[in-house]
Ligand binder design. Structure first.
Ligand SMILES: Cc1cc2nc3c(=O)[nH]c(=O)nc-3n(C[C@H](O)[C@H](O)[C@H](O)COP(=O)(O)OP(=O)(O)OC[C@H]3O[C@@H](n4cnc5c(N)ncnc54)[C@H](O)[C@@H]3O)c2cc1C
Length: 448
């Protein structure tokens, strides 16, 4: 295969694959260079107890139209996330169980949370999706963390602790790590709090039969030998005529490049000439959320027979979130997330220690039956090469000073990746949309 094409795409996650698909459909030649020995990026396949599983991105949110269209085209069906029964919440050392969407909290805390949600959603609507840094109060909001907002604006301990669960559950980031402006924008990109935390009609609406991982795999199969694995791009040089990407095994040339990776790993690529300061500083500042995804398999969905939905949310357990995964005819499983500070701590522990701690928590949540796991798998995304975590987030002072660089091409280098998208940033849907946008940008320039 030739080392020259119209466009080089860096990264075979959903964003890069979608960009390549779009370019090929419109008559361009493409080479996709992927650092790992597999495609999919943050969508990853594993096998557990004889069943294919998603050890990375898995849920398709309601209204994720590009993803749903892609799945339909490939003949992959959805099934709804199970949510009947009692949900467990552990907060401030107390366990409560509830059905429906409203957690059992002290009445004053519930009132505060209701007002908080109304205020967040009122404020997020003042952010222009394409330029949140231009919102009237952008500077004020970008000058504080979500944590300082919580401490200043919420009085009850339960409301404060509940508010802290939001960034941890949604982006595996602590409230103390994210700018209040970035947080409001991420909330807006996901259409609000109910969507973000919701099952039916929300971000956790459905999953794909056979797994999300089939989608990038099938997209890559269609692209065939245009996708080159084990080809980490170390350097991208450009001049007036084109770009050159250097990997450990060869050099590739094209008229344009689309870099479709998360900001952390992309910061490790050397650019010649140097990237403009705003873009480089953006890469330096956008840390990835800390997450370990765990899947535990059982002979029976015993939690369902005991009246539990399988959903758990905690404020300070090794497992921040747990959800049910069982489709009749397949092995029942619990999907578990170790997030934030627990993910950092557990990254240093052995897999056996992690397994012991995870099972101990599941036994506490659901009873002694949880000890009888027939399979355990985990993936520490913090040490996954060319990924380094969950989703990129911004600390204070970043969005207002460097946000403009997010989608701004640097010469012949264009940017894709879920983090770059004004709508559904952080989701697989955002990744796919960013691929289409970046392909359109390149085609528009190529036609000039
Ligand atoms: C544990 C976990 C659970 C998630 N759950 C969900 C979910 O349920 N639903 C949802 O919508 N989203 C979920 N997400 C987020 C979602 O997976 C991502 O937003 C999406 O997959 C990002 O796609 P992307 O193509 O933008 O980036 P990526 O998937 O990160 O792809 C980037 C690709 O670029 C490659 N790369 C990076 N640097 C280089 C280099 N120098 N040279 C060559 N290649 C390089 C990487 O190896 C990678 O393959 C989850 C993520 C994680 C980690």
């Amino acid at each position: 295969m030739s080392n020259a094409a119209d466009v080089i795409v860096v990264g075979a996650g959903v964003a890069g694959l979608k960009a390549a698909q779009e370019l090929v459909n419109r008559g361009r030649s493409v080479i996709v260079l992927e650092g790992k020995d597999r495609v999919g990026g943050r969508v990853k396949h594993a096998e557990l107890a004889g069943r294919p599983i998603d050890i990375g991105g898995q849920w398709v949110g309601a209204g994720h139209s590009v993803l749903l269209d892609e799945a339909r085209r490939l003949g992959i069906e959805t099934y709804p996330q199970y949510e009947s029964g009692r949900t467990i919440m552990e907060m401030l050392g107390r366990r409560s169980e509830f059905t429906g969407a409203v957690p059992r909290l002290p009445p004053l805390a519930l009132i505060e949370l209701l007002l908080m949600q109304k205020r967040w959603e009122r404020e997020m609507k003042t952010l222009p999706p394409e330029a949140p840094w231009e919102a009237p109060r952008a500077r004020e909001w970008d000058g504080q963390t979500l944590e300082s907002w919580i401490v200043r604006n919420l009085r009850t301990r339960a409301a404060r602790e509940f508010a802290r669960l939001v960034p941890r559950g949604a982006w595996a980031a602590e409230a103390s790590q994210v700018s209040y402006l970035w947080f409001l924008d991420a909330l807006r990109a996901g259409t609000g709090l109910d969507y973000l935390m919701g099952v039916k009609g929300g971000a956790l609406d459905a999953k794909f039969k056979g797994g999300m991982h089939q989608i990038p795999r099938r997209m890559a199969q269609e692209l065939g030998e245009r996708v080159v694995l084990n080809a980490a791009v170390r350097r991208i040089a450009q001049d007036a005529n084109g770009v050159r990407a250097t990997t450990d095994t060869g050099e590739y040339a094209a008229r344009f490049a689309i870099v479709a990776g998360p900001p952390g790993p992309v910061a490790r690529i050397e650019f010649e000439p140097h990237l403009p300061a705003t873009r480089d500083l953006l890469h330096q500042r956008m840390a990835m959320g800390a997450i370990i995804k765990v899947v535990v398999a059982y002979r029976e969905a015993f939690w369902r027979s005991k009246g539990f939905s399988g959903q758990v949310a905690t404020d300070d357990d090794v497992l921040g979130l747990v959800l049910d995964d069982w489709l009749e005819g397949t092995t029942p499983m619990l999907l578990c997330f170790i997030e934030g500070r627990h993910a950092v701590e557990m990254s240093a522990a052995s897999r056996e220690t992690r397994k012991e701690k995870v099972l101990a928590s599941l036994i506490r949540f659901f009873g002694p039956e949880a000890a009888d796991a027939i399979g355990y798998e985990d993936n520490d995304w913090q040490v996954e090469p060319y990924t380094h975590g969950y989703v990129g987030h911004m600390p204070p002072g970043t969005m207002t000073r460097m946000g403009q660089a997010m989608r701004e091409p640097c010469g012949r280098v264009h940017w894709a990746g879920s983090e770059t998208e004004p709508h559904w940033a952080g989701y697989i849907e955002g990744g796919l949309r960013s691929g289409i946008r970046a392909a359109n940008e390149v085609i528009a320039r190529d036609n000039q």
